[in-house]
Design a protein around this ligand. Sequence first.
Ligand code: CTP
Ligand code: MN
Ligand code: MN
Length: 515
Amino acid sequence: MVPLKRRKLGSSHTGNAGTNSGDEVKFPQVVLFLLERKMGASRRAFLSQLGRKKGFQVQELFSEIVTHVICENNSGEEVRTWLDSQASSRPGAHLLDISWYTESMRAGQPVEILDRHKLQELQISEAEVIMFSVPSYACQRRTSLENHNTPLTEALSLLAENAELSEDDGRGVAFRRAAAVLKALPSPVTSMSQLKGLPCLGEHSLRVIKDILENGSSIEVESTKNSERYNALKVLTGIFGVGSKTAERWIRAGIHSLHQLQDSGQTLNRAQQAGLEHYDDINQPVTKAEADVIGEIVEKAVVSVLPGAQIVLTGGFRRGKLTGHDVDFLITHPEEGREVGLMSKVVSWLESKGFLLYQKTTRNSYLESKDGPGRPASNIDRFERCFSIFKLAKEKETRTKDPQEVTENRVSAETDQNPNSDKLMNKQTDTPWRAVRVDLVVSPISQFAFALLGWTGSKLFERELRRWAGHERSMSLSSHALFDNKKGRYLRASSEEEIFAHLGLEFILPSERNA
Ligand code: CTP
Ligand code: MN
Ligand code: MN
């Protein structure tokens, strides 16, 4: 094999050796390249030979010296995509149909280029190629749920997920940012040239995008998707309470599946036991209708134990998603301090009615005086919170006119018969209830706007808000507060709008935070 570089040099600088060997070059300014795509190798070889005989320079390899690209049965779009994928090309190179070539052969010289010779795409002209432009921070953009580039964003998200599962967060964020840029575009990407100047598209992401635009899929994505490791990590982290570190440790011990985990005798903590027991339910998406039913139950619990307390649906459902992996709620009381101790009362209420299959409550550990300026806003907030698994009656049980009825979990008695049976393998799918992951967070009213903003997501949107605050405004944003590092003081806010204003950002609706 001759290295590519030398082959290229050979064909362009050494008297066209290998291209016009023996044949006289009559038209030195015209350098042709015949695209093999759709033309086929043998026809291309035949036509090239013919051209050289007639004194044309016909290149074997494409490079920036090519002035005329000749194609057969290719659309302008296809050729443009192919051209963009080349290391370098001459800016004004003609993209021509084979008819120009055959007519030139017949004439014995290059014929005048007429409109009918040009590939359709050239007539559209560069000015009409849709070029995109988006600001670089996701929190400066409006990202609705309408995604015009699903094949590309799904591929990049899968690589992001794989990186995160492999504890490579830097790479994970890079892919997430790239996917988020594509999610914000107003129409589908059709050619690489449209992406020029867009932020956050690194070399790796661009390579993946190019593969998909050109070949319909990316080998890297496909092989990741089919890899044993990725699939094992996905299955194991699908267990509530199992993170990538634990999954990794199990995989090293030869555990790739739930069966193998069960047979392995690994000790599971309480969360993981519950996660394994309710594996199928928890990995089945939660619908908005189910979220609403749970909302009614939680509201009932909250007002029963503290009249006047308020709950808000946060997370993906607040952003307008129709399904989610869990349901998130934020609870507060309009009078500062009244919320203290609220979570344990709510949890007791829910437990007494049989609504909880699992819960773990964490106390509020945030103290402004201690956690304030000195400490940077941490990604993990310290509200009083509860990660739980709800026992939700299936639809026919909840369809009732009497709101009183949803406050009693009437299905509990009939299903508690086999508490720790081997549910996973021979789980009854006809139980009258399903398990649903629910997150509850309690915030004092003074921090409510920050908590609401912080728990609405998306995760990338939140991350970008904090990055913007730090890098562009010298501020620290958390789900508790906003600290101005230059002024050396907290900036108060009682609404999300005020926080965006403090940050010098346009207000973005929750439904536009789906970055
Ligand atoms: N969050 C957080 N701290 C956690 C977990 C979550 O601040 N320990 C925040 C996330 O940053 C996100 C929001 O809570 O903004 C919701 O997180 P999550 O439920 O994981 O994601 P959703 O966007 O709701 O997606 P899904 O619909 O799949 O649940
Ligand atoms: Mn959620
Ligand atoms: Mn959540």
